[in-house]
Design a protein around this ligand. Structure first.
Ligand SMILES: *Cc1c(COP(=O)(O)O)cnc(C)c1O
Length: 399
């Protein structure tokens, strides 16, 4: 497969070989298994003496195209497509860890990742320590001889915290620990953790990679050596991606760059609008100067991303009223869609966390998460503006 100089070209031109039909667009390989030319080929394939497809739980041309492309875009050697982002998160941990091992994780992680770390891993004797995002210096002191993995998100969901990947890459190298970065929020277009020393890069492809709210998917990417372990684990436990999803997600990557440009442009304009609004307590967006890690975000990300959070004056009740008054924006738990989405993490995505746990990751009761879509930004802002006004009026009447 050629490796072109530029992201966009690799995203468009990385393609599975044509069949005898000379199709321009790759077909969907909707097949559970692949035939052997003879008994010897079957034996050699199973013995891994030759490369080739055997069974779609192991590999499939559509999924391989998706992964090959994603590897070129992330700058990783190898990878494996997964049925969901959570399958990717779980396999990227379970493939390497055993009873007695320890994970160092940043406190601000996706809700289900938090459940894996706090509820499931302990069943198998795998412990974790949450490290403080505001105090990177404390991380090194928490590393024990059993620490096998550092896991984090940057920007984090929904806190939008930014963690220094260059520093973490060095820390992981010094202590010979696997550095695993969930790059879902940034996408490979905005940030490449492998460049800074991450050994494993995980994705929920459901979000910006698909970008159109159609399918669930995920990926684990990394060095050849580590992905071999992930492939072994996944081959025998079965979190394979469907070929249809692999086909669709590979097509989605063709437009990732243009979509991300627009998502980020819209998000920044929305953030600036909200920041200047008198009814808003605060706005958090990595490329706003008011973000505590603005300089760091500028260093490791191309743009600020498609997500922002804000808090309306009036806390939980006001936030709820605001959500009930939006007309165009979608109320749904997803993000990274063509449609702008507003979410209330405290009552949905992060409702399984206790109040204290939410407080520890700065998810206030009135926090609203916004995923900027691809509508015209003026229409998004107009809807936000009218919903903010209406929620304010009602709040006054209630008194
Ligand atoms: C959505 C999300 C996941 C989980 O992905 P699914 O595809 O929904 O399984 C993991 N990490 C982050 C940061 C996410 O936003």
């Amino acid at each position: 497969m050629p490796n072109y100089k530029n992201f966009e070209t690799n995203a468009v031109r990385t393609q599975t070989e044509r069949t005898q039909h000379r199709e321009h667009s790759v077909p969907i390989y909707a097949t559970s298994s692949f035939v052997f030319n003879d008994a010897e080929q079957g034996r050699a394939l199973f013995a891994s003496e030759i490369d080739g497809n055997i069974y779609t739980r192991f590999s499939n041309p559509n999924n391989d195209e998706f992964i090959e492309k994603l590897c070129l875009l992330e700058g990783t050697e190898d990878g494996m497509a997964m049925s969901s982002g959570m399958a990717a998160m779980f396999c990227s941990m379970a493939a390497f860890l055993k009873s007695g091992d320890h994970i160092l994780a940043s406190r601000s992680v996706f809700g289900s990742t938090h459940q894996i770390l706090t509820q499931l891993m302990p069943r198998w004797g795998i412990t974790h320590t949450y490290v403080d995002l505001q105090n990177p210096a404390s991380w090194e002191g928490q590393i024990t001889k059993n620490t096998k993995m550092i896991f984090l998100e940057t920007p984090s969901n929904p806190g939008l915290d930014i963690i220094d990947l260059e520093w973490l890459g060095k820390l992981a190298k010094k202590h010979k620990i696997i550095l695993n970065v969930d790059n879902c929020f940034a996408t490979p277009y905005l940030q490449n953790p492998a460049k800074w020393g991450a050994h494993i890069v995980t994705h929920s492809a459901t979000k910006f990679i698909d970008g159109q709210g159609r399918v669930i998917g995920g990926a684990v990417l990394g060095t050849k050596e580590l992905i071999k372990e992930v492939r072994f684990f996944a081959r025998h436990t079965g979190p394979a991606m469907s070929p249809f999803n692999g086909w669709l997600l590979s097509k989605s990557l063709e437009t990732l760059a243009v979509r991300m440009e627009k998502h980020c442009e819209n998000a920044l304009k929305i953030a600036q609008f909200l920041e200047s609004h008198k009814e808003i307590v605060w706005v958090k967006y990595p490329f706003l100067q008011s973000h505590p890690a603005y300089e760091l975000a500028k260093k490791q990300m191309l743009h600020g991303g498609g997500l922002l959070t804000f808090e309306l004056k009036g806390g939980f009740e006001r936030g709820k009223k605001f959500l009930d008054n939006v007309k165009m924006l979608s109320l749904t738990a997803n993000l990274g869609d063509t449609r702008t989405i507003v979410t209330h993490p405290a009552s949905t995505t992060h409702s399984k966390l206790t109040g204290d746990e939410r407080q520890a990751v700065n998810i206030t009761d009135g926090l609203v998460r916004l995923s900027a879509g691809l509508e015209h930004v003026d229409d998004i802002i107009a809807d936000l503006d009218q919903a903010i006004k209406k929620s304010g009026k009602k709040a006054k009447k209630d008194k």
